[in-house]
Write a protein of this length. Structure first.
Lengths: 354, 354
């Protein structure tokens, strides 16, 4: 097979997202979705946009949404780029800022889409090992490189990097772009957005999928200085003029207006995360410090794969990777209090009593 | 400027879509949108999908929509790929089927996004001149090449290619993929879909933006044998797991259910096109035979640019390109009868009486 496939396509190993079950009803703690519904303001805006105007193309420049994001983050609209989920935004960053000749650096344990993007666009990369506690070592990121990509907080560990460390990365890489992927930042890490005006090589990527409970709407965005945003626009306009449909534009703008709701659900999830982490620790789990809406856990007595399977039998989906260094860990999305209670009870059946 | 841009990004000349005016109310005959609203079934399906489930990722495999498309076109779901507008689908085709070493062939006058895709992905291409009447010569497409892309009907000329000619292209290129871009096929050309089971090198790309009046929803699709569709999935899953949001999936499926409405509005637009073409001919315009929802016209006495500007002053937007061979032409989208009447009256003020 693979007749007619391009060489690039033949060589790809695509990213595999977490399961989206279509039949049986599971407690879904496997794809870091928000357990709470999206803002009613967002839903109302979508319903209003669902009408005759769908016959017309959306605004290719997404001006209104970019203005709303600029106001939210105290930036200029020219410092904002929007795309079809932060995966698309990240992919366009790889095309816009990185060249084949110089290796991109990212941690060995991080969002596993980064090496896939690099392969798709024929870019070279080097995975820098995190330390034994999954902390980010700065030194290896400061040498000659073609760009740096880090997730803050990191996935799947949940560990946050300080703004001071981000500054060190930015100052140590004056010749290359540093992409900070802040998909989970609203659950407890410090955003690098306030550094944008000081560092011409900083791009911050965020998404509406997690904290704003809109994974089904596909809206991500990048924030950075106007020169970098112009590069993203140049690539995007060479790929697809209209990456956001009218409903996504309307819904995203609606969600931005509802700041109180964002604050309420992210605080609620953070507090659920913290008690669930305590409960799991008392059951003998090692639980890494998480600033995200998920926990990264391992148990000294039971293999993670056995826990994954046992939870699935009990109607609970979590995420596990058959990969070096993290084979003993599960990533568990923080759901509602009831879901986390059910998780703890199911795990209690799977691990020996302390 | 362009500090930190990748070499690729620095070299790009992005595609420029037709204007989407945000303020003044124009008669918009510039981007080939459908003048009629989308199917009510589509709108109802979107409103129903706008709710709590938006917190969850969409189905990354778009199974339900692919099944609906397969049923519509009498294919198997494995022969269907869906994407965020046919522009994205075409871009993924360029990545999935074409290599840098062998030149892709497409006409010199066609959808101007094709060379942009090729440049973005570092592919070489050769533009084959259409004949003097903008007809497609077959011979130059039959030699050694890295792939063929043709639009049927062609844009911006509106001219259709016969299925017999498509067969010749497919049989003359057993080693390379032939992409037939059928964005406008529902307005009067013959679709190549029935050839899919006979030709393993055929990919047909269509969109919901034109005949189904859903330009604002961003849904396109590719149809071809399962091996080619697998290549598209491989590339897409290395780029963005979820390219269609839940609302687009729901709306597209709703639109497919409403076959009578599709037939009604495409027939209405074709009949409006035909009388408008007659009227323009009687005003002295040369009008190419169009099987699409637009007319490609020129006038022996007045420059196209002057007509473009004169129409704009009169509140009517049409499309013009400052490019060799087509500088004397306007592309005019077929609107409602009232809009085309207004167009004819405005043009009557701009060209000498016959």
């Amino acid at each position: 097979m693979k007749e007619f496939w391009s060489k690039r396509a033949k060589a790809l190993t695509p990213y595999v997202p977490g399961e989206q079950p279509r039949e049986r009803k599971f407690i879904k703690l496997n794809t870091n979705e928000n357990p709470y519904p999206p803002s009613q303001t967002a839903v109302a805006a979508i319903r209003e946009a669902a009408g005759e105007s769908l016959r017309l193309y959306p605004d290719p420049e997404c001006t209104s949404l970019r203005e709303a994001l600029a106001a939210t983050f105290d930036l200029k609209p020219g410092q904002v780029f929007v795309g079809n989920g932060s995966d698309e935004v990240l992919a366009l960053c790889f095309q816009a800022f990185f060249d084949a000749e110089r290796a991109i650096l990212f941690p060995d344990i991080t969002y596993s889409f980064y090496p896939v993007f690099a392969d798709l666009f024929g870019l070279s990369y080097r995975e820098v090992p995190l330390d034994e506690c999954f902390g980010l070592p700065l030194e290896p990121f400061l040498g000659n490189n073609g760009g740096v990509v880090i997730a803050n907080p990191n996935a799947p560990t949940g560990r946050a990097v300080s703004l001071c460390d981000i500054r060190t990365l930015l100052e140590g890489n004056p010749q290359s772009v540093v992409v900070v992927d802040e998909a989970y930042v609203d659950f407890g890490a410090q955003s690098a957005v306030p550094l944008i005006d000081s560092y011409p090589n900083l791009v911050v990527v965020q998404t509406m999928s997690k904290s704003r409970a809109l994974a089904g709407l596909r809206v991500g965005f990048a924030l950075g200085n106007e020169n970098l945003i112009a590069a993203l626009n140049s690539v995007k306009n060479s790929f697809n003029s209209y990456t956001l449909d009218r409903l996504a534009l309307a819904g995203a703008e609606g969600a931005l207006r509802d700041r109180d709701y964002l604050r309420a659900i992210t605080m609620k999830i953070s507090s659920t995360r913290d008690w669930a982490a305590d409960r799991l620790k008392r059951m003998g789990f090692a639980v890494s410090d998480s600033a995200a809406n998920f926990l990264f856990v391992s148990h000294p007595a039971v293999e993670a794969k056995a826990l994954l399977d046992g939870l699935r039998e009990r109607g609970i989906l979590v995420r596990w990777w058959d990969k070096p260094r993290i084979r003993d860990y599960l990533r568990i999305t923080v759901g509602t209090d009831e879901e986390m209670e059910a998780l703890c009870q199911a795990l209690a059946q799977l691990v020996p009593e302390v």
